[in-house]
Write a protein that binds this ligand. Structure first.
Ligand SMILES: [Zn+2]
Length: 368
């Protein structure tokens, strides 16, 4: 591990380990052959802070979505409590810095899927009160107030209530996560927010043409907003060939009852993960290269500026990762590759975590 990696605050914007732990009934410190992130790899990767997703499968929209979010929030908090020597549950930027000083790994909570609030600002505030520090406005489903990049648009972006949600999040000091939303929704959010926003796990559309990724224009506008785009490692979001294979397969009408929906990186509860993995395995996707991820970091830094790029692995939420990046333990190699590709140590520190820390601080100070 390089010295710069060791002293850096490293923030991972998004991982789906809580949903894996729930499905497999295992804890973070327990062996699971499918784990892309567990306690061991979290430590080996040198990750200071990881946002654990309280992911609410779209299936629960209108069927107890808030309760499901609460269930995962409890699970995340219990995981932190289970290993107090090495983990610390935290809810603010200062907590992340304290974790670094104490040589611990901070777990933070991000709700994934705006349907979790059941169209209620009170539920939004309850989730914040329980510790959630971001909410992804949609998952792959368009909800009653925000359009998703993975679903048919219904609102030309955001409804008036959707704009109220964004303002309420600004007031709380809760990060507005624009990963998964449609392009129109993204622009409606930028018009509405009074603080920077974050894409906790999105990559660049110019080099991998998938609707989950951000166009160059969106990246430039994110820089104007002073936000940050945290690069997703999923093979289908970083490698154009993989993206083409998976999108073609998803458009096929006869994909069987267990096939995943459009643009999913994560099946909902109607499609069990095992059959999703099996389906993905039948596609014969090429293996993405480690440097595909580095290419996205370099591209985002070139287009938006190096102050607006971060890392959002999506570990445990995706069926395929690039060669050499199978688990969180591989993170030190990202630092090595960035240095090899000409990033200065200061620039590496920014990408690994300082950019996110700046934005998180701005959002906290913007609370009313
Ligand atoms: Zn996601």
């Amino acid at each position: 591990m390089t010295d710069v990696h060791r002293r850096s605050i490293i923030v991972d914007g998004h991982c789906d380990s809580p949903y894996r732990m729930l499905r497999h009934n295992v804890h973070l410190d327990e062996h699971d052959t499918e784990a892309q992130l567990d306690l061991k790899s979290l430590r080996a990767g040198g990750i200071t802070a990881s946002f654990f997703a309280a992911y609410v499968p779209p299936f629960y929209a209108g069927r107890g979505a808030a309760a499901f979010a609460h269930r995962l929030i409890t699970l995340i908090q219990e995981e932190a409590r289970r290993n107090p020597e090495v983990l610390t549950y935290c809810t603010d930027a200062e907590g992340i810095r304290a974790a670094k000083r104490d040589d611990k790994h901070a777990l933070l909570i991000g709700v994934e899927g705006g349907h979790a609030i059941e169209d209620s600002l009170d539920i939004l505030r309850e989730l914040y009160a329980r510790g959630a520090r971001y909410m992804t406005l949609t998952h792959v489903n368009t909800n009653n107030w925000c359009d998703s990049s993975g679903d048919a648009p219904r609102h030309n972006g955001l409804t008036d209530f959707g704009r109220d949600v964004v303002r309420a999040m600004n007031d709380l000091g809760m990060i507005v996560d624009i990963s998964h939303v449609s392009d129109a929704a993204y622009y409606a959010v930028l018009e509405t927010t009074r603080v920077p926003v974050v894409a906790t796990h999105s990559s660049c559309r110019a080099i991998c043409n998938h609707p989950r990724n951000m166009t160059d224009e969106m990246l430039r506008d994110l820089a104007q907003n002073r936000g940050v785009c945290m690069i997703n490692f999923f093979s289908a979001f970083v490698n154009e060939q993989v993206a083409q294979v998976i999108m073609r397969a998803q458009k096929r009408p006869q994909r069987g009852a267990n096939g995943p929906g459009e643009n999913e990186e994560m099946p909902d509860d109607r499609t069990d993960w095992d059959s999703y993995l099996k389906w993905f395995g039948t596609l014969g996707c090429p293996v993405a290269k480690f440097d595909d991820v580095i290419d996205h970091i370099v591209h985002a830094a070139t287009i938006a500026g190096v102050d607006h790029v971060g890392l959002g692995s999506d570990f445990d939420g995706v069926p395929a990762l690039p060669d050499g990046l199978q688990t969180a333990a591989a993170l030190p190699r990202i630092t090595e590759r960035l240095l090899a590709r000409g990033f200065t140590e200061d620039e590496v520190l920014k990408v690994l975590g300082e950019n996110f820390m700046r934005v998180f601080g701005d959002i906290e100070r913007g609370a009313r």
